[in-house]
Design a protein around this ligand. Structure first.
Ligand code: SME
Length: 165
């Protein structure tokens, strides 16, 4: 997919996510449909959510093969994104110390934190207080799949989803 096709596809997905969430507030329903939309639109290897439960991430709605069910705080790419409260882009999973290999097919990965609440209503101080409630994890069969276009679009989707919390 060319860079411009990628941007166009994300623009379409974001409009679909907004439309879906306008009619539904249940977070599991919304995570399930967001995972499906992204997975089908881009043909990723694995697309899904882990939800924060105490000191662990617990597997949530996803598309793709079976996955690890629980990830401790600070572990793997997902636990690192939660700990840093930032998106983590991994061009080559074999180069990421502590990467959790749920599948040997996965070669690159992006993990985006989902914060509770709506950033639109948060000032700088409030934003720092927002809790990470989940992470969106996407795996690719190819090296270096994810760039700033993915980061920017997926962070927007995470913000739209945050309204459900
Ligand atoms: N690779 C992830 C674990 C989740 S699976 O890829 C679905 C990680 O290191 O956090």
């Amino acid at each position: 997919m060319s860079p411009s096709e990628k941007k166009q596809t994300y623009a379409t997905v974001i409009e679909q996510v907004k439309a879906l969430l306008a009619d539904e507030t249940d977070i599991i329903v919304n995570m399930a449909n967001v995972a499906s939309l992204l997975h089908e639109s881009f043909g990723f290897w694995w697309t899904g959510f882990y939800r924060v439960e105490g000191e662990q991430l617990v597997l949530g709605p996803f598309q793709g093969p079976l996955a690890c069910t629980r990830i401790p705080y600070g572990r793997g790419v997902c636990g690192t994104s939660w700990q840093r409260r930032q998106t983590v882009v991994v061009p080559d999973v074999e180069q990421f110390p502590g990467h959790i290999a749920c599948s040997s097919e996965s070669r690159s990965e992006i993990v985006v934190p989902v914060f509770a609440g709506n950033a639109v209503h948060a000032d700088a101080t409030c934003a720092a207080d927002r809790q990470v409630v989940a992470v969106l994890d996407i795996d690719s069969r190819y090296l270096a799949t994810f760039d700033d276009t993915d980061r920017c679009a997926l962070e927007q989707i995470a913000e739209i989803l945050a309204i459900s919390y």
